[in-house]
Design a protein around this ligand. Sequence first.
Ligand SMILES: [Zn+2]
Length: 614
Amino acid sequence: MAISDGEIAQVRAATDIVALISEFVALKKAGRRWSGLCPFHGEKTPSFSVNAEEGRYYCFGCRASGDQITFVREMHHLDFIDALRLLADRAGIELHEDANAGPARKERQEFLAAMDKAVEWYHDRLLHAPDARPAREYLRSRGIGGEIARQFKLGWAPDEWDALASALKLNEKVLNGTGLGFVNKRERRQDALRARIIFPIFDPSGKAVAVGGRILPSSSGHERADGRIEPKYKNSPETTIYSKRRTLYALNWAKDDIIKSGEIIVCEGYTDVIAFFSAGMPRAVATCGTALGEEHFRTMRNFAKRIVLAYDADQAGQSAAASVYQWERQHEVDVAVARLPKGSDPAELAQRDPAALRQVVVDAVPFLQFRLERVLEGANLATAEGRARAGELAMAVLAEHPSELVRDQYVMQVADRLRLESATLRPRVAEMARSGVKREIPNSPSSEGPGPPERQEIGPMPRPGLEALRLCVHFPHDVKHRLIGAYFVNDVQREIFGGLETEQPISDVIDELQRHGDDAAAHVLSRLVVDELDREYTADDVTAVIAQLVRSAVSEELKNVDRELRQGRIAPDIAMATIRDVKERMELLGTNQGDQAEQDLRTWLQERASMSRP
Ligand SMILES: [Zn+2]
C-alpha cells in the first residue's frame, strides 16, 4: 500500500497538533510551547510538551514522542496507515490510495454524515413541527426552553414508522450502520426511535455518533402492539462510529469547563447533565446506557483529577466499590459523591434551587466516606448490639479500600462514632482486607491495550552541543549558518545537526533518523523540539553558546593534535605553533575580536575534519 511522502506531509501540515491532542488532554500554553498531563502515563504534574509549529510532542516523564500520526497511532492503537487515514479524514484530504482501498473508512464517513443529517432533522422537527408541541411543552415544564434545546441540539422523533428513513432517504446499510433504523420483516424501512425526545450524542470533537431517545411521560402507555412496554430511554446500539463503553454524553460541550475547573461531574441521565449546565456548572457528563467503567475513567483522567458522582444516593452507593478504588489509584483521580437531598435528582433540584445543586458538588465527599455514612445512617446506635453490627458493616466497607493508610484514618472515625475501640476494629479490617476483597477486583485492564512502548534511555550528553542544537531548532535562521558538523564532538549530536542541515521539516528529519536506525538521535531531537527555552536569547547569548561549543570542539581536537605529536605523526614545531595559535583564538572568543576568532577556528576544525577522513 503506497502513500506518497507528499501526501503524508500534506496530512501532517493540515493537522493542528494542539487541537488534535486537546481532544484528549488539556493543554495550556507555556511560552512557545504547550504543556499538559501526559495521556500515555498517569501523572499529577504536567510533563507532556507540544511544539505547535513543528507538530511534535514529547513527554519528559515516559519519553513518549512523535508527531500527529504517532499520537493517533498510540491513542487509538492503530497502525500507520489507519492513523493516517483518520487524520486525512479529519482534514478533508482524500488519500490517493483511498480511491480503491479503505472501504471501511469510507463507510465510517458515510455513517457519520448520515448521523449528522439525522440529528439536524430531528432538531428541526422539535423546533418547528406541530406534532412536536407536547415534546416542547414537556421540556419547558422541566426547565428546558428553546435556548437549551438549541444548545444541546435536542430533537423530536415523530410517531411514524419511517419518517426519518424516508425524509433522508437512508438505505438499509446506513440504517443498520448508524443504528438509526432497520428493515423490518415486511421488508420495509423502519426508524429505530419513534415518538421520543432525541438527545444526540457527540464524540469529544463534536461529531454526532449516536442518539438517545426519551419517551414522553404523557404518551399514555408505551405498550407496543405485542403488549410489551417501551423503555423510558432508548439509545443507539453499538456501531462502528459509537462505543458505549467509551462515550460520555456532553463531553464535547463540557470539556472547556472541566479543564478550567479540574473537575468533572458524572450524572445518570441526559436531563441531569443539562440541569448542571443551566445551573451554571457546565462540566457535567453522563454515561450512555451503561455503567461507569474503566474506559470512561481512562477518558476522564485526561481532563480532570476530581470526579464527582452526582447520582441518586442509592445508585452511587451501589457502584462497584472495588473498581472505583482501583481506578482512583490507577488513574490518579479522586472520586467524590455529591449528596443529593433524598428523593431529588439534579434536574429537579436545578429547577427548584440551582444554588443548592451547585453546593452539593462543592460539598461532595470522598467515595469511601460516602459509603461509610450510608452504613452508619442506617444503624441503630442506641444499643450496644446495634453499634456492634454497624461496626461490622462499616469494617466490611472499609476493607474494600486498598490503602491501609486510608483505611486506618477511617477506622478512627468509625470507632469514635460508634464508641468502640479502634484497637479492636483495626485488626478486623486488616483481616477482612486480606481475605475477602481481592477477589472482587476485576482483572487489570492493562490487558485491553498496550501501554506506552518502551522508551530508549539516553546517556548524558555534552552540554554545549545540546544547547547549540536547541538554539538551532528554535532559531534556525540566526544559528544554523554559524554551525558546522565538526563543532559537535558527540556522534549523536553531530547526527542531529546533519539532519537539521538538510533544511527539511523537523518531522521528516526525525523520520529519516529513525529509518536509519539512529533512534538516539531521533529521540534527542524529538525532545529538543518541545524544549522550553528558559529565557529570551539575545544575539550575545547565541554567540556565547556557540563560543562554548567551539571551545569544546577545539579542546577535543587539541587532544588529537597532542596524540599525533606523541606518535611522531606531526613535527613538534608545527604542533606547538598550531596549539599556540588555536589557544590564542580560543581566548578571543566572546571579545570584540570574537567573530574573526570564530571564523579562524571554524576553518581550522573543518580542515582537521577533512584531513582525518579516509
Ligand atoms: Zn508520559
